[in-house]
Design a protein around this ligand. Structure first.
Ligand code: F6P
Length: 549
């Protein structure tokens, strides 16, 4: 079907059926559970190590059937298969979308323009493994012969969030004698804080940039080179032992002065926000070692296979994607909270923000026509229980509908023992209590029965009926992390497919970049910038005044 022949989503009978179904209303979650004793066991998908409970959603069997009909009608499965086949489904950039090839088995065949890309993927993984082992063992030394003890990844967006998040998650698996830091912000304070207590002779910089033209990264990498050379008596040759690059752009890497032998390659069919299991994960591989990295890739692959082959009614990314559509398009939910109950997942939601919001923050369809429906939600959240004492109040008793994912683990990491290990049950008691309170609430009668004075009853009543997904796993292993990330990658894919948007471009980020380049001379040199709008012109004048005051 030609793009322009794609019937308007809102005109589809499947859409209208969902709208009617929504208008009919449905019983409160309390009643849905009371009427169907098997609901808690039935609305569960088990995939790999994940136990995904979606019983606390505002749905019935009919809702699920209607959502699945919408997925079929909008061609989700056809687009999924086209993605796995290496077709150029990123239409605005005319690129294949093959992050799934990054975790394909060594003997798999995935073709882009008739070329099997899997051997290239594994050649880079092998090169990364060799390098990671040399750094970990101390065989790779710095310019003065000292062993590398510090690894600083310089990158931004997809070249930062993935490795930074995954390093945090897998810290218990990491070489604890090495220090890992992640510098992304062009605010000089970021690099300053990351390097101020490090010895340049023991520090390796990994410059991560798909394009190798991103101004923040190149600026930070240039400053890092100055810091290194200042510390090593200005010997240019030091760069070869202290800088490696992760990029698709060999020419720019060489221009920067990094030896092409020290470059780890990836390809234009890997989107930045889908790239941390490519060469972009080098810092992580140094931290956890090649074997654990491969376990993580196995976890990704497990979820890929599940998404590709599981039937619609038991396909986890499909279900989660469709549930998001149910709330965003039929309940006017504007945001989606991801609330992990693990300290190690502290950067998980920030990572998902780029994955989801850069992918599905779009308002035109694949053929350029404006959408007439809501697209991607605002994704937000931080680990529990901290969030409970900050913003959960609004989720429980505010006026907004906020669907939320709760992610928790049956066991704490092996490193914890004694009292710290025992605290895990308290953490998880909170986890279960929150989804219980959100779903079932507390009625006015229940509040009164506790002897609460009448004037406080409404304040202390919880309406409940707030939808949540519970994702449980035994432990937070490298494989489980891979499974979780691929789950969200494919969830985002499903939603983009239904909304008929290109989830793989990011033109919206470009304008700010161009304007920053135009404004910069006005700030640094004081030159007048022609064509500045009156508001920005006034602000720049105020900035200059304050700067020189
Ligand atoms: O923010 C826009 C963006 O293009 C992201 O998509 C990307 O992950 C990030 O910049 C960094 O890009 P690069 O890896 O090319 O430096």
């Amino acid at each position: 079907m030609a793009e322009s022949d794609f019937p308007k989503l809102v005109n589809r009978p499947e859409w209208a059926a969902l709208a009617d179904h929504r208008a009919e209303g449905r019983p409160h979650l309390r009643e849905l559970f009371a009427a169907d004793p098997g609901r808690a066991e039935r609305y569960v998908v088990r995939v790999g190590d994940l136990y995904i409970d979606y019983s606390k959603h505002l749905i019935t069997d009919e809702t699920l059937a209607l959502l699945q009909e919408l997925a079929t009608a909008t061609g989700v499965f056809a687009l999924r298969d086209a993605m796995f086949r290496g077709e150029r489904i990123n239409v605005t950039e005319q690129r294949a979308v093959l992050h799934t090839a990054l975790r394909a088995a060594r003997d798999a065949v995935v073709e882009v323009d008739g070329e099997n890309v899997v051997p290239k993927v594994h050649a880079v993984l092998d090169k990364m493994a060799g390098f990671a082992e040399r750094v970990r063992s101390g065989e790779w030394t710095g310019h003065t012969g000292k062993r590398i003890r510090n690894v600083v990844n310089i990158g931004i967006g997809g070249s930062d969030l993935g490795p930074a998040m995954a390093y945090e998650v897998l810290r218990p698996y990491s070489a604890r004698e090495l220090t890992f830091r992640f510098v992304s912000n062009v605010d000089g304070a970021d690099l300053h804080e990351a390097t101020r207590d490090l010895d340049p002779a023991e520090t390796l910089f990994i410059v991560a940039s798909k394009t190798f033209t991103t101004i923040e990264t190149i600026t930070n990498a240039t400053s890092a080179r100055t810091w290194l050379l200042d510390g090593l008596e200005g010997d240019d040759k030091a760069v070869a032992k202290h800088f490696v690059a992760l990029s698709t752009n060999a020419e720019k890497v060489a221009e920067f002065g990094i030896d092409p032998d020290n470059m780890f390659e990836f390809w234009d069919w890997v989107g930045g926000r889908y790239s941390y299991d490519s060469a972009i994960g080098l810092s992580l591989m140094i931290a956890i070692g090649p074997e654990r990295f491969r376990e993580m890739l196995d976890g990704f692959r497990l979820m890929d296979e599940h998404f590709r082959t599981a039937p619609a009614e038991a396909n986890a990314p499909l279900l989660l994607g469709l549930l998001g559509i149910w709330y965003g398009n039929f309940h006017d939910a504007q945001s989606h909270a991801v609330l992990p109950y693990s300290h190690y997942l502290s950067k998980f939601t920030a990572y998902l923000q780029q994955l989801d919001m850069e992918s599905n923050g779009k308002s035109v369809q694949r053929d350029g026509e404006p959408v007439q429906w809501q697209t991607g939600p605002v994704v937000w959240g931080t680990p529990g229980t901290n969030g409970q004492h900050a913003y959960y109040q609004l989720i429980h008793q505010g006026t907004k509908l906020i669907p939320a994912d709760f992610i928790g683990f049956a066991r704490p990491v092996d490193e914890l023992s004694g009292e710290l290990k025992a605290q895990h049950d308290l953490l998880m008691a909170n986890f279960f209590a929150q989804t219980q309170a959100l779903a079932f609430g507390k009625t006015a009668e229940e509040v009164r029965a506790e002897g609460v004075p009448e004037e406080q009853v409404t304040h202390r009543t919880f309406r409940g009926d707030h939808p949540t997904t519970t994702v449980l796993a035994t432990e937070l292993t490298p494989s489980v992390l891979g499974q979780l990330i691929a789950l969200y990658e494919h969830k985002v894919f499903v939603q983009g497919a239904v909304w008929n948007i290109d989830s793989f471009d990011q033109w919206g980020v470009e304008l700010g970049k161009v304007l920053a380049k135009r404004v910069e001379p006005a700030l640094t040199g004081g030159a007048d910038v022609p064509g500045l709008d009156p508001s920005t012109k006034t602000l720049v004048a105020a900035y200059r005044h304050l700067k020189n005051a």
